[in-house]
Write a protein that binds this ligand. Structure first.
Ligand SMILES: Nc1ncnc2c1ncn2[C@@H]1O[C@H](COP(=O)(O)OP(=O)(O)OP(=O)(O)O)[C@@H](O)[C@H]1O
Ligand SMILES: [Mg+2]
Length: 485
């Protein structure tokens, strides 16, 4: 408690006699607790508070004022002016001292404390003085803490705003505008969201926006890529385990669902989730409870789930690799991000954005681009979507001095006959030493090339499957996944 701070009081009391009694009661600490203004009615009180915001710390108000705004109504109006203001109510003895309902109404309206005035024949005090003074000090302390909380919240809000600006969703196409407004709306809700879109369209970015625009924004936003972990690890990563629940469980592990409690969990590449984990995920989504390995009682969690995939989940459901009930449970709300080639008007804006961004981080000037190079970039189909465009911009900044021309663009897209980045082309692969391709992408590219290679040499699909040592249904499924017709 702060015994050295000055506390400014607004006193609302219409009886001169009681004003005197309040003054006498706080007299021992009059240096610190200062009645700065005395008004006789609610309206004047509100005017004084509005006129000098932040001047008063504590309001002491009589409950039985004559006319105008009084009682709970006045309490609420004061709190509207400044929610951190603390209100101490003093009431006549006529109020039944066991009337909890009355006390409750005052507290619910926003009062911090209330006391019944001493009988009128006690001239020196309005209430037991140490209690009265202590409650004023408490009120002041409560306000100080609330103010502090408000200011750190403001700072957090500010850094979240900055984060959202840094990670802005660029694009003015009809589709992007619609997407942004849908995100703003959906962020306010609690339902699970499924984000769909080709690789590199911005699914993770959209999930980030959903979290930081929601009421959960001050809590954690955690991400897991369901395709990046071996099947037997993913469940313990998601749901955790108790110490000793299996050999090797020497310590208990908090799963992501528990770690993200109150916040948002982003399940990327949800289509890769193994069936056994799908069952458990469904249970969390339905009951808000996690199945922790080695634990029989329930662990409640409050987590908003956002999932994403670039796979066709409906065909995965048909092929029984994805549970239908889980699909419907995830798909309560879905957000589809169209590929870049279907919103080409966003290309110049994205180019400008990334050129500025990366030139700035690399400490170089934004280069000039010839108009034919610009036309080429705009007309290109961008199979790797925004991520590919972003990589091309980075490559251009690394590789080109001066004006960027069509040949530079083709070079950076890997379309030129002699790519500067080519290091090892013996095996038909061009590995770029500056921009290492993520494993999943290169693995997929390899599978695709090898499948094509084998199919060209096989008389039929059945033979190709046999040569590859795959069962025909698996072979067909993989061809479909690799977009080989
Ligand atoms: N509209 C956009 N405005 C600005 N940056 C974008 C936009 N869309 C995507 N990006 C950027 O492109 C990159 C790829 O986006 P992101 O990782 O969100 O895609 P993704 O759909 O999750 O891809 P994948 O399916 O491969 O995981 C990120 O750096 C992201 O910030
Ligand atoms: Mg992603």
């Amino acid at each position: 408690m702060q015994f050295n701070q000055k506390i400014n009081i607004l006193l609302i009391e219409d009886e001169e006699y009681d004003v005197k009694r309040v003054q006498k009661t706080i007299a021992p600490l009059s240096d610190q607790i200062r009645i700065k203004k005395i008004v006789a009615d609610g309206q004047s009180a509100l005017e004084a508070l509005k006129k000098s915001p932040n001047y008063f710390d504590v309001v002491i108000m009589d409950y039985q004022l004559l006319g105008g705004i009084t009682g709970e109504n006045l309490i609420r109006k004061i709190k509207e002016v400044d929610a951190t203001l603390q209100i101490i109510v003093i009431t006549k003895m006529t109020v039944n001292i066991t009337d909890f309902d009355f006390a409750n109404r005052l507290i619910e309206a926003g009062a911090m404390w209330y006391c019944t005035k001493y009988p009128g024949d006690i001239e020196d005090f309005i209430y037991q003085p140490t209690d009265f003074i202590l409650s004023i000090l408490n009120a002041f302390e409560k306000r100080r803490l609330l103010k502090k909380e408000q200011s750190s919240k403001r700072k957090l809000e500010q850094s979240i705003e900055e984060l959202l600006q840094q990670k802005a969703l660029i694009g003015e196409s009809e589709a992007m505008r619609a997407l942004r407004s849908k995100i703003a709306k959906i962020a306010q809700q609690e339902a699970t969201v499924l984000i769909l879109g080709e690789s590199g369209t911005g699914k993770e970015l959209v999930a980030t926006h959903l979290h930081y625009l929601s009421r959960r924004r001050f809590e954690k936003f955690l991400t897991i890529n369901c395709g990046s972990l071996p099947h037997d690890l993913i469940e313990s990563e998601l749901f955790g385990f108790e110490k000793g629940s299996f050999t090797g469980a020497v310590e208990k592990k908090i799963g992501l669902f528990e770690a993200a409690n109150q916040g948002t969990l982003f399940l990327d590449e949800i289509g890769e989730l193994p069936i056994s984990a799908q069952v458990k995920l469904l249970r969390v989504l339905q009951d808000g409870e996690i199945d922790k390995i080695g634990r029989t009682d329930k662990v409640k969690v409050d987590v908003r789930v956002v999932a994403a995939t670039n796979k066709d989940l409906i065909s995965a459901v048909q092929q029984k690799t994805f549970r239908e009930d889980l699909f419907y449970r995830l798909n309560v709300i879905n957000l589809y991000i169209p590929p870049l080639r279907e919103r080409k008007e966003d290309i110049p804006l994205l180019l400008e954005h990334f050129f500025k961004h990366f030139a700035h981080t690399m400490g170089v000037d934004v280069p000039q681009i010839s108009s034919s190079a610009m036309d080429y970039l705009q007309g290109f189909d961008w199979p790797g979507n925004v991520r590919q465009l972003q990589n091309v911009v980075q490559r251009l900044l690394y590789n080109v001095d001066g004006m960027i021309d069509v040949s530079d663009v083709k070079d950076s897209l890997g379309l030129a006959p002699k790519s500067r980045a080519a290091v090892d082309s013996e095996n038909g692969f061009e590995w770029d030493p500056i921009h290492i391709t993520p494993w999943r992408e290169i693995e997929r590219a390899f599978r695709k090339k090898y499948f094509e290679f084998v199919r060209k040499r096989a008389a039929s699909d059945a033979q190709a499957a046999r040569l590859l040592g795959l069962a025909p249904p698996n072979f067909h499924r993989m061809c479909k996944e690799l977009e080989l017709k």
